[in-house]
Design a protein around this ligand. Structure first.
Ligand SMILES: [Zn+2]
Length: 239
């Protein structure tokens, strides 16, 4: 018997087949020159403006937890905004191209910003292997490949592993949720021996940053590498 996610993928594929050019945020049919998103939704995308700020709230918050170089996000995340709709489609409705679209947009906006300019290796936040198999792709990897179109730097999806699925977090209090996330990421032990990974500037990439626990944990794992510097980029941040 097919699993629920397979039925969902099949349904999404049918929708795509019959309505190939519909906007993933509002469902309206796309016009000739519109790429993925319709013009009204594109104009409603709420940008953070981090690319023109000296520092920003996300960077300040993360620097309280670890020695970070830079952090930035492309869009402001609200529960009813276009960014939320896009990220929901990306994660739960088998639309990997949305990740590439958002990454490309981030690459264009941040091409001259240190968060992208100074990094020399992109590290997408990993999914647990079971989750990735179920989804069919890692959405952060899709965003990374979009970013890579603006600035060609190495992408390494094999440095950090997600060791626990950690899906019962809603029942935990805030502190133990942080602890739980901290323990669920690990640096692949083979990295420590790899001379190519010394003195690198890693850019950790995620879809949406909420508590910041995932971002901080992944950055902290990479900081174990000799001479490592770490920055962080997310598509969306609630602020
Ligand atoms: Zn639209």
């Amino acid at each position: 018997m097919p699993k629920r996610n397979q039925i969902q993928h099949l349904w999404d594929s049918c929708i795509q087949f019959f309505y190939p050019g519909s906007c993933p945020a509002c469902g309206q049919r796309l016009l000739g020159d519109e790429q993925l998103l319709c013009s009204p939704c594109l104009s409603r995308l709420a940008c953070t403006g981090h690319e023109s700020m000296e520092t920003n709230p996300l960077e300040t918050r993360m620097k309280a937890h670890l020695p970070l170089q830079r952090a930035a996000a492309l869009l402001r995340f609200t529960q009813t905004g276009v960014a939320q709709k896009l990220l929901h489609q990306l994660k739960y409705h088998h639309r990997p191209e949305i990740g590439q679209f958002l990454g490309r947009l981030g690459g264009q906006k941040f091409a001259g910003h240190p968060v992208l300019k100074e990094a020399d290796c992109i590290v997408p936040v990993p999914l647990h292997p079971a989750k990735q198999k179920q989804r069919g792709y890692n959405q952060s990897m899709m965003i990374a490949s979009g970013l890579n179109e603006a600035r060609k730097i190495e992408i390494r999806a094999d440095l950090i592993v997600k060791t626990e699925a950690s899906n019962s977090q809603t029942r935990k209090n805030r502190l133990s949720r942080w602890e739980n996330i901290r323990q669920s990421f690990a640096l692949d032990p083979r990295c420590q021996q790899d001379a190519n990974l010394r003195n690198r500037h890693f850019l950790v990439v995620d879809d949406v940053v909420t508590t910041g626990a995932t971002a901080v944990s992944c950055c902290r794992e990479l900081l174990q590498l000799p001479g490592a510097r770490v920055s962080f980029f997310a598509v969306a941040h609630p602020e």
